[in-house]
Design a protein around this ligand. Structure first.
Ligand SMILES: [Zn+2]
Length: 418
C-alpha cells in the first residue's frame, strides 16, 4: 500500500464550505483515507510514507469539465467546417491524444464529452485511457449528436448530407421518434456513456438560434432509450420552447440555455436539471470572431452574450444548478489551455469564486453522475487532488496558469509536479 500525506496547505474541499488552513489530506493508494485540520487527522508515519509540504499553497479537488468536444481544438469558420477534408476518424483520434494529456496536466481530472461522432472516436479514447494506454482525465463519451435534418450540429453542405451516418461528422440526421430512438440505441450499442440531443438551432448554425426544431416526441423517444439503459441525457437547447421541450422529454442536463426565462429556470430546479452554461463559448466568439467567423455568427454571439449577462443573476437567484462546461474545442477554445475561462466567466457574471469552484468540482461531478467517487476532498473518494500556488478565491484565473498548478494527482498517482 502506498501512503501520501499532503500537509500544511489551505484546503478548499469542493463542497462550498470555507477553506481550512493548515489542512492534512491522507492518500492511501488511489483513495483519500482522511482529511481535515492538522490537529484532527491522525497522520500516518514511517519510512514508506511520502510527505508533501503544501505550505503557502491551496489544496483542492481536481477540476471537472463536464462539457468539451475533444475532436476539435478551437478551429473557427471554414477551418472548422472543412475538417472533414483534412481528417479521417483515425487521424483525428490520434490528434486527440495530446489534447487529453494537456487537459489533465492543467488540473482537469475528469472530463465529459458533449459529443464527437467521427466513428465513435470518444469510445476508443475512453477505453484506451481506462487501459492506461494513453494519459488523460477520467473521460466520458457521448457519440453522435442527434439532430433533425438540417438541424444544428450538422456541418456538411446539403449535397454531402445524403448518407445516413456520415462518419466524418459529429452529428447524425434523424427524423421522427422511431429514428431518434434507433440512433440513441445505436450510440449506446457503440459504447457511449451519455446521449446528446439537439433541440434547437444555435449561435454557430445559421438561422434563428432559438428555433425549436426537434419535436417533443422525438426528444422523448431518444431520452427514454437512454434512461432505460441508465444513461443520462444532455440536450442542447437555446430558447424557452426548446428548453421546456427538453425538460419535459426528461433532460438531465441542458446545454447552453442562453435564452432561458424564469419559467424555464423554475422547471430546471423542480426537475433537478443541471445547466452547462458554456458562457465563454459565445463570449470568445464575440471577442475574437471579427473577420474569422461569418458576420452573422459574430452578430449572434454578441447578442447572445448580452442576453446572458442579463439572465445569469436570475438563474442564480432561482437556484439553477450550474456545472463547469467549457465547450473546449469550439471556436477559439483550445483543449487544456482555455477550459479555465469558463470559471472566469462564472465570476464575471456574478458567482463568487467559491461558487465557481463548486460548479467546477462537486456540481460537475453530479452532471456526470460520479459524485460518489470524486468532486470533493472527502474520505473514501478518489484522490484527485491539485496543489495550486496562490489562492483561486482571490483570483480564479490562476487556474489557467500552468506554472501555478504545482501538482496534479489523479487516483493517487502524481501526474505532474512543477
Ligand atoms: Zn458543446
Amino acid at each position: 500500500m502506498s501512503t501520501i500525506v499532503i500537509k500544511g496547505g489551505t484546503m478548499i474541499d469542493g463542497t462550498g464550505k470555507p477553506p481550512v488552513e493548515n489542512a492534512v489530506v491522507v492518500v492511501e493508494d488511489d483513495k483519500i483515507a482522511a482529511v481535515g485540520r492538522a490537529n484532527e487527522v491522525k497522520v500516518p508515519e514511517g519510512e514508506k510514507v511520502k510527505v508533501i509540504d503544501a505550505s503557502g499553497k491551496t489544496v483542492m479537488p481536481g477540476l471537472i469539465d463536464s462539457h468539451v468536444h475533444i475532436y476539435t481544438d478551437g478551429e473557427a469558420g471554414d477551418e472548422f467546417t472543412s475538417m472533414f477534408l483534412k481528417n479521417n476518424p483515425l487521424s483525428l483520434t490520434l490528434r486527440c491524444i495530446p489534447r487529453l494529456k494537456k487537459t489533465l496536466e492543467m488540473g482537469i481530472t475528469s472530463l465529459k464529452d458533449g459529443g464527437c461522432g467521427w466513428n465513435w472516436l470518444e469510445v476508443a479514447l475512453r477505453d484506451a485511457l481506462n487501459r492506461g494506454d494513453i494519459v488523460g482525465p477520467r473521460y466520458f463519451a457521448a457519440g453522435y449528436h442527434l439532430t433533425v435534418t438540417g438541424g444544428h450540429g450538422y456541418f456538411l453542405p446539403p449535397w454531402l448530407a445524403n448518407i445516413p451516418i456520415h462518419p466524418e461528422q459529429s452529428t447524425v440526421h434523424v427524423d421522427g421518434p422511431d429514428q431518434w430512438r434507433k440512433m440513441a440505441r445505436m450510440n449506446i450499442y457503440n459504447g457511449t456513456d451519455f446521449i446528446k440531443l439537439v433541440a434547437s438551432r444555435d449561435v454557430i448554425s445559421p438561422g434563428i438560434a432559438t428555433a425549436a426544431q426537434a419535436t417533443l416526441e422525438e426528444l422523448t423517444a431518444a431520452a427514454e432509450e437512454a434512461h432505460k439503459m441508465g444513461k443520462k441525457v444532455m440536450i442542447h437547447a437555446q430558447g424557452p420552447v426548446a428548453i421546456k421541450n427538453a425538460i419535459k422529454a426528461g433532460a438531465d442536463i441542458i446545454v447552453h440555455g442562453f435564452f432561458m426565462d424564469e419559467e424555464c429556470a423554475e422547471m430546471m430546479v423542480e426537475n433537478n436539471v443541471i445547466l452547462e452554461g458554456t458562457n465563454w463559448y459565445v463570449r470568445v466568439i464575440a471577442e475574437k470572431g471579427a473577420g474569422r467567423v461569418p458576420d452573422w455568427q459574430l452578430e449572434k454571439a454578441i447578442q447572445t452574450w448580452e442576453f446572458r449577462k442579463k439572465n445569469f443573476k436570475m438563474l442564480m437567484e432561482k437556484g439553477v444548478k450550474m456545472s463547469f462546461g467549457s465547450d473546449a474545442g469550439c471556436p477559439f477554445i483550445r483543449q487544456g489551455y482555455d477550459n479555465f475561462n469558463e470559471l472566469r466567466m462564472f465570476v464575471e457574471l456574478g458567482m463568487t469564486p467559491m461558487q465557481a469552484l463548486v460548479a467546477g468540482t462537486k456540481t460537475a461531478a453530479e452532471a456526470i453522475g460520479i459524485e460518489d467517487k470524486t468532486g470533493t476532498l472527502e474520505s473514501g473518494k478518489f484522490a484527485d487532488i491539485l496543489l495550486i500556488d496562490g489562492d483561486p478565491l482571490k483570483d480564479i484565473s490562476i487556474l489557467g496558469q500552468e506554472e501555478k498548478i504545482k501538482m496534479v494527482m489523479k487516483e493517487g498517482e502524481i501526474v505532474v509536479t512543477r
